[in-house]
Design a protein around this ligand. Structure first.
Ligand code: NDP
Length: 444
């Protein structure tokens, strides 16, 4: 494989998809050496078959707002690769959603799901609909309209969606309700469901907790204790909230959180009581992070990201490309020695290069945030055996999966000088499993 040629072909065939190109480039650069050890992969053109999604559904979603006006949005589902199991990946509702963003997410998801040790392929979907500022009834009508198109393409053995940005328990509940009505079945197609109708304990917590478990594994390799470490977190949604919750319980000091308008800096640290305020502010009131600064009298910086604040550890948990080269240099200059990604692809290629050159502990999202989809996989298992596991059982499984993902990254990522390149480790480990499965199943 010649990475440059593969990339230029993809760019020619799929122009104007920068996030997709970025994700593919990052993976190909790191798997090239391993790939080229297997001439059989090249013979079967594995790389193009792995980069280009199996299929892409695009549809119009039509719904009626509270004023009685008819609205349209775009809906998408990318079924990227099902070599090791049913397509699996979240649904994103955000005004920025387009084909490029969903293709990058579905591509990443394929490797992430491979790393989890569970039998799940990769997919992703979403819409340019933004739930922000919409009433409950508007969100419900939109979710129902979205699923009346999507339902025919998904199912418990074919494609199992979940949440992502803008899609939490409320949206999954509305979508699953409509899905059941259309499909006349109750087999759990969708994860992140409410506990009363097939959801798994620890699913809401899983991505954030899993990221902290992965961080602990990285810190262990250096003999560093998390207690009293200063952590900068971005975002204030599902992933950020539970990342902060776990960090507080372990004695770390979280000094920042953010939303798409700006970030708060609380030098005293966000404690349990303040975090409860954020849960209510974001999940019930659906307010802005600025209100935290007003309530607790701390700094709020409008239109900025938190990476200039001094911290030991950074845990980006908002969105893609939220740490650029300058942010990475600012973090390093301030002594940051570990970055563990809750979000998908939050660091730009320039930022990643800075972290790797500085040889800090750096965990890419596809490894560090795989706890979410892992517990989604456990939710699928519980749905199919029609049993619910206890919180302790699910949490123990999550911890052991994160340990195993860390071990796989180390296996393929450890360099001769002892530094672990988790980017390479995650990409090669994720890739090898999918590649072997594809080879075994013939040319499809
Ligand atoms: P939520 O919608 O719950 O929260 C997203 C947070 O990020 C909000 O605080 C939001 O602010 C902020 N945000 C969103 N877009 C932007 C932007 N363009 N610029 C700045 N801030 C932004 O989503 P999740 O917490 O579920 O997802 C966060 C990240 O984690 C995403 O990258 C997602 O793909 C990834 N992830 C999520 C998993 C899950 O289980 N939920 C699993 C694995 C990865 P605002 O409220 O202003 O919109």
């Amino acid at each position: 494989m010649e990475v440059k040629k593969v990339l230029s072909d993809l760019k020619r065939r799929f122009p104007n998809e920068p996030e997709y190109h970025q994700a593919v480039e990052e993976v190909l650069m790191t798997i090239e050496e391993e790939y080229n050890k297997h001439p059989e992969f090249e013979k079967y053109n594995l790389i193009e078959r792995l980069c280009i999604p199996d299929r892409v559904f695009t549809f119009r979603v039509t719904w009626v707002d509270d004023k009685g006006q008819v609205q349209t949005n775009m809906g998408y589902r990318i079924q990227h690769n099902n070599a090791i199991g049913p397509y699996k990946g979240g649904i994103r509702f955000h005004s920025s959603v387009n084909l490029s963003i969903l293709k990058f997410l579905a591509f990443e998801q394929t490797f992430k799901n491979s790393l989890t040790t569970l039998p799940m392929g990769g997919g992703k979907g979403g819409s340019d609909f933004s739930p922000r500022g919409k009433s409950d009834m508007e969100v419900m009508r939109f979710c129902q309209a979205f699923v009346t198109e999507l339902w025919r393409h998904i199912g418990p053995q074919t494609d199992v969606p979940a949440g992502d940005i803008g899609v939490g328990g409320r949206e999954v509940g509305y979508m699953y309700g409509m899905y059941k009505k259309m499909a006349l079945e109750n087999t759990g197609t969708f994860t992140g469901k409410g506990l009363e109708f097939g959801g798994s304990l620890v699913r809401p917590e899983a991505t954030g907790y899993g990221n902290v478990y992965f961080l602990l594994e990285m810190l262990k390799t250096k003999g560093i204790d998390i207690k009293d470490k200063v952590v900068a977190v971005s975002g204030s949604g599902n992933v950020a909230q539970y990342t902060v919750k776990k960090l507080i319980s372990l004695g770390a000091k979280v000094i920042t959180m953010s939303d798409s308008n700006g970030y708060i800096y609380d030098p005293d640290g966000i404690d349990e009581e303040k975090l409860a305020y954020i849960f209510n502010l974001k999940n019930v009131q659906r307010g802005r992070i600025r209100e935290y600064a007003e309530k607790y009298g701390c700094k709020y910086v409008e239109g900025a990201r938190p990476w200039n604040e001094k911290c030991d550890i950074a845990m980006p948990s908002a969105t893609q490309n939220e740490i650029d080269g300058d942010d990475a240099r600012a973090l390093l200059a301030n002594g940051c020695f570990a970055v563990s990604e809750g979000a998908n692809m939050p660091s730009t290629p320039e930022a990643i290069a800075e972290f790797l050159n500085a040889k800090i502990l750096y965990a890419p999202g596809k490894a560090a945030n795989a706890g979410g989809v892992s517990v989604s996989g456990l939710e699928m298992t519980q749905n199919s055996i029609k049993l619910s596991w206890s919180r302790e059982e699910v949490d123990a499984k999550l911890q052991s999966i994160m340990k195993e993902i860390h071990a796989q990254c180390t296996l393929y990522g450890k360099q001769e000088d002892g530094y672990t390149n988790y980017v390479k480790g995650a990409n090669v480990a994720g890739f090898m499993k999918v590649a072997k499965a594809m080879m075994a199943q013939g040319v499809l």
